[in-house]
Write a protein that binds this ligand. Structure first.
Ligand code: 6CS
Length: 345
């Protein structure tokens, strides 16, 4: 794995060099964890367009989709060592390196209203705290946003922790997700994103958790019988930047970057909503035999209870910083509910 990262790290500037030579301008390399046409790709393409517009073509953003530069872990490492300027780094994978970021993976901490929760993620206090946290670990933080509600895909019907018994649920590689799904009664199995389809197909795992668009895009729906909405979490990603790249930007470029990510916070919410709705229709057209289940409030209660215990244990193990972040997040949700957060640039 390390060798692969090094090779990819060496290849990235070579790939970019070509374009740099041709245009003579500045290049910002931006790796995403998903495929072309995904929510992250829509974000990155729009980001590239806005940067191009705002710099009169002086800066070109090159977007590298999944499969070109390795796993999420590899791209975060490349941002850290300066091979890449920017990357989408999901807390679901980043949690191994920055444990506190897993606050964004806790279940049943958001309001359940996607619009409010998306606003909360743009809360200036939360963003300031995240920036501080990332900086301490040698990374820049630009933004956190939701790509939609998390959905369980399974072979068997799951409505209770008892139903999860013996079900091997693939989770992202964060320790908190492992603890959560073990507490739910499942057998949590960490795997990189690109290995999930074959894992399901070969029956090494029985289910996984992702937003609808990803279930369609990665073809997980082909190897699943149930799509279950527990209304427990959002798929959240963050944008990490190389620290020297960020601190090397002049004031004008830095403000431009902040304005662009603010603008995209609102835009991406609409994009993900549309994409998730469309893709659910597509899945239902292609495989009408899939049973879609919406867990009732009563069915959610035991999961909610177990999630609260996981959260207490997480805060205790991770320390004061995590505790403070949980409070900041809850306060941000409160501010969003009260209409005190704006996405206006
Ligand atoms: O499940 C995962 O690992 C991935 N899910 C999404 C929707 N995006 C990237 C991430 O790595």
């Amino acid at each position: 794995m390390r060798r692969l990262t090094i090779i990819l790290g060496l290849l990235t500037p070579l790939l970019a060099c070509d374009v740099e030579d041709r245009r003579g301008g500045e290049i910002w390399r931006f790796a995403i964890e998903e495929a072309r046409g995904s929510v992250q790709d829509s974000y990155a393409q729009r980001f590239a367009e806005l940067v191009d517009e705002r710099t009169d073509g002086e800066v070109e953003v090159i977007v590298y989709p999944i499969g070109t530069l390795g796993t999420s872990d590899h791209v975060t490492e490349q941002v850290h060592n300066g091979t890449l300027e920017l990357a989408m780094s999901s807390p679901g994978h980043l949690g191994k390196i920055i444990p506190e970021v897993q606050v964004l993976l806790l279940n049943y901490v958001f309001s359940g209203d996607e619009e409010i929760d998306s606003l909360a993620l743009g809360d200036p206090e939360l963003r300031a705290e995240m920036s501080e946290l990332y900086a301490e670990r040698g990374l820049g933080f630009l933004s956190a946003f939701s790509e939609g509600e998390m959905v369980w895909t399974t072979r068997e019907e799951v409505r209770s922790p008892e139903d999860f018994e013996g079900v091997r649920m693939r989770v992202m590689t964060s320790p908190l997700l492992l603890a959560t799904y073990d507490a739910y009664g499942a057998s949590a199995t960490p795997l990189p994103y690109a290995q999930v389809y074959s894992g399901l197909q070969l029956r090494m795992i029985d289910g996984q958790i992702n937003p609808v668009f990803a279930i369609e895009e990665m073809s997980f729906y082909e190897v699943t019988d149930f799509m279950i909405f527990p209304h427990h979490a959002l798929f959240i990603t963050t944008i990490a930047a190389n620290r020297d790249f960020l601190s090397g930007l002049d004031e004008e470029r830095r403000s431009m970057l902040d304005e662009i990510v603010n603008q995209l916070q609102g835009e991406i919410f609409e994009v993900q909503r549309e994409v998730n709705e469309e893709r659910l229709e597509r899945i239902q057209e292609r495989r009408p035999e899939i049973t879609v289940i919406d867990l009732t409030e009563e069915e959610r209660a035991p999961f909610r209870e177990r999630a609260a215990a996981v959260r207490d244990a997480f805060v205790q193990e991770t320390g004061e910083r995590a505790e403070h972040l949980v409070s900041t997040l809850e306060a941000a949700v409160g501010r969003a509910r009260a209409g005190q957060i704006s996405t206006e640039p």
